[in-house]
Structure formats: C-alpha cells, structure tokens
Design a protein around this ligand. Structure first.
Ligand code: FHN
Length: 456
C-alpha cells in the first residue's frame, strides 16, 4: 500500500513539473490592459532614431568605379557582388571614430526617445560579438570590438531606449542562395531562396543570435525586416514572436516579424498577424493607421546605409513637419542616419538633428504623450491633441492672419502662440463653422509656429 502511495506521489510530482510546458503563454493573445501597459513608453515617445550601419558603409555606394543607383545598404545585391568579394569589406571596416556617447547625446539633443540600430542587415554581418558566427565586427574586422554593447550601455546611462533591427533574410548564410531563375537575375540577391532542408538550421541560428542580443544588449524593441521572402511564413513569425516575448515579456516587436506588412490595418486584431506595430516605410499614411500602433520610418536623404554621393537632403522644415504630421495621425517617426565606416555621423545629418532639437526643445512637450488630432487636417497645417489642449501647428502662415479652427469659440478658454520668442494671447472670433484665431501681426520666426488652444 505504501508503495502505491509513493507511486501516486511521484506521478503527481511529474505531472506538476510538466504543467509549465503545457501552459506556455501565447503572447499573441494579450489582454488590452496588458498591451497598453507594455506599449506605453513607445506610444509616448513619438520620435526615434534609426541607424543603418554595417559593411556597406565601406564601399559607401560605389564599387569598382560603379555607383549604385538605389539604396546604399543594398550594394551587394544591386551590383551583384559575390559573397566572398563582399566579405572583404570587413577588413576595411575600422570605425575608430565611433563615439557611442556622442551618438546617444545627439539623438537626445534632437528630442528622440529611442534608438533602433541594425544588429544584422540583409548582408548577414553582425555588429556584435556573435558566438555562432565569425562574420561579425569582433572576429572579422581590424576594429575587433563590439559595437552594440557600448551603445546599449550609453542609452541606459543617458536614459533613452535601446532597440535593434534584425534582418530575417540573410545573403551570407549558407542556407540561402540567389535564385538563378529570378525575374531579374542581376539583382540576384534580392531573389533570396532557402534550401528547404536547411531552413530549420537557419531558424535555429537566428534564434540563437537573437537570444545573444537579448542577453547582451537587452533591446526594448526588436525591429524585424527582410520577412518578404517566400520561405518565411506567418507561422514562423508567430513562433518567433512568442519565442522572444517568452524571453523578455515586455519586449515590443514590429509587424515585419511575420507577414503583417501588407495588411497593416489588420495588425494585432484577433492576432491575424504577429507584431505590435505597423511599419509604413518612406511614407506617411494619409489618415494614419486608425486602430493600430504604427511608426513611419524614413530617411533624411535617399539612402539608409551611408552613400557618400547622396546629397538629396530633406529640409529641416520638412523633417519637423513630418514629426508633426505623423503625431497628428497618432504615429511615431523613426528618422534614419547612416554613419560612415569610420564611425562618423554625416555632417548634414548632425546639422539637421541639431536644428530639429532646437525646435523640439521649445515644442517637444506638445508632441510627447500626445494623441491624434480629433479634427480633419486643416489647409494651413496640423492639429495634435494633448490632454485637454489642442495644439495647432502652422505650416503655411495665412496672409490674412486668420486661422480657421473647427472648434466653437465658446468652447475655447484661450488661445496663445507659444515658443522661445513668442508668447502672446490671441483673439478668438466665433464663426458658423467654429472659430477664427487671429495670428499676431508679425509672422513668427519659428520653423513651425505653435498655437495652444485651451478648451473650457
Ligand atoms: O531592404 C530594407 C532596406 O534596406 C531598409 O533596411 C529598410 C528600412 O525599413 N527596410 C527594407 C525594405 O523594406
């Protein structure tokens, strides 16, 4: 009899031990309050820095006298450079001028609240010391030091969130190859295929690398890309999403972990697609993406990775207007820089970021923790809501100085123009469609003037 009870006890203990693996959390079915709590810092942040950095900064857009027409980080594919030739750039990648403290402080100065850096782009080269690959900055470059660890430490020190980009497709990994039957074989690497029998190995490799990143640099966001290849499925994405969140439950993961890029509007609704936010690229959706979290990533010139001859810089005014336009639709702005192989941020980017920072110093508080405009966008600019205040951003200062606002005058406590130089109460006049705010006689000198409308 005693033996019988002992057997029952052992079986019960074994069952109890087995329970955790049977009841693994499905992070795709998170409750709304949990999700809101997890997304809070990201939603409040509104503005972040994207960094595309890797071996492609060595050719900087030109190889054997040929200039790449498209984006710099695609040079391997666009100029069809064989892997063993491209690998040689590692010997010239020596970013001795890299100063993570300066990079983070520049991002902060610009008013950015988080930073997302390429841990590995499509070329497969890792910017940290990976245990499962020698194709990384420590093992294959003269520099020989990890680039991500010091940057993550600086972010912690200076109080901004550290996040990483990671490419699912990998032009360097032996599991993948260029499809010779591709529509355009000269852009061979873009037609990435996988040897079916090697996919499991690659996924294991990717998960190991991602685990290394979680352990070494503790990213707040994992920003995937390169998911469009046929061999990566939504099921793979969901599995990866759960894998990462089971390691770090508070992690935020973009929709490119799976196939949600096309159906951004369906994102996270009933977990049709894995991922926490939509990622419009080089565009600002006309009406935002109502009902989902989203972030527009954009370049300052025309390339993500450094290209020495790309001088097509957007104006600071455009970049500030983009921050405002995106926030007025409830999104985040992820603005890119492409540092050089020496580790320098291009001078034009630094100038733009400092100018943006001057504006954000004065008006950033109206952007952070804000929500989308309750009104349609007016002809003259944008609205953003923050608590019970509406902020009006004047892109085009009307010659007659009359700003039409779709809010009844008797609902307005007061309207004032704010800023470093202006702080003036403005006259509010009632009209049938709402009210007219009378702007000051002299046009504001701010890049984008801001009016606060306090509601009753
Ligand atoms: O192919 C990449 C490209 O190089 C760059 O990284 C951008 C950034 O969002 N994403 C891909 C294209 O969608």
């Amino acid at each position: 009899m005693k033996c019988f009870y002992q057997i029952i006890l052992v079986i019960t203990l074994l069952l109890l031990l087995a329970i955790p693996s049977c009841t693994q959390t499905d992070y795709l079915n998170e409750s709304q309050p949990d999700r809101d709590a997890r997304m809070k810092w990201w939603r409040d942040a509104r503005f972040g820095m994207f960094i595309h950095w890797g071996l492609y900064a060595v050719p900087a857009g030109e190889y054997k006298g040929e200039r790449v027409k498209g984006i710099g980080e695609w040079i391997q594919a666009s100029l069809n450079i064989p892997c063993d030739e491209y690998e040689q750039f590692a010997k010239q990648f020596n970013p001795v001028k890299y100063d993570p403290a300066e990079w983070v402080s520049l991002a902060k100065q610009a008013g950015m609240k988080y930073l997302v850096i390429t841990s590995k782009h499509h070329d497969g080269f890792s910017l940290w010391d990976s245990d499962v690959s020698d194709y990384d900055v420590v093992d294959s470059t003269p520099y020989g030091k990890d680039l991500l660890v010091p940057l993550s430490q600086e972010c912690k020190k200076q109080g901004i969130k550290f996040c990483v980009y990671h490419s699912i497709l990998d032009w360097h990994h032996p599991s993948q190859y260029v499809d010779p039957e591709a529509d355009n074989p000269l852009r061979g690497h873009s037609r990435n295929k996988i040897h079916a029998d090697k996919k499991a190995d690659y996924v294991k490799y990717m998960k190991t690398q991602l685990k290394e990143l979680v352990n070494k640099v503790d990213p707040a966001v994992l920003w995937f890309d390169g998911e469009w290849v046929e061999w990566w499925t939504e099921e793979d994405g969901k599995n990866l999403y759960n894998y990462l969140r089971s390691m770090k439950p508070e992690m935020i993961i973009n929709n490119r972990v799976g196939k949600g890029r096309k159906g951004m509007e369906g994102l996270s609704k009933g977990a049709e697609y894995a991922g926490d936010f939509g990622t419009p690229e080089q565009q600002i959706p006309a009406k935002g993406l109502p009902g989902v979290d989203w972030e527009s990533c954009m370049t300052m010139n025309d390339t993500w990775g450094y290209k020495y001859f790309d001088d097509n810089w957007k104006s600071t005014e455009t970049l500030i207007q983009n921050i405002i336009d995106i926030a007025s639709k409830g999104g985040n702005y992820l603005l890119n820089i492409g540092p050089t192989a020496e580790g320098l941020i291009p001078e034009e980017s630094v100038i733009h970021l400092k100018e943006i920072g001057n504006w954000m110093d004065a008006f950033g508080e109206t952007i952070y923790e804000s929500s989308a405009s309750p009104f349609e966008k007016p002809d003259w600019g944008r609205f953003i809501q923050k608590d019970d205040k509406i902020h009006a951003y004047v892109f085009d200062w009307p010659e007659n100085r009359k700003l039409a606002v779709p809010l009844a005058a008797d609902k307005i406590k007061r309207a004032l123009i704010i800023g470093k130089f202006d702080a003036e109460l403005l006259k509010v006049e009632s009209i049938v469609e709402g009210s007219i705010i009378h702007l000051p006689e002299f046009k504001s000198i701010e890049i984008v003037p801001v009016i606060v409308i306090e509601q009753k």
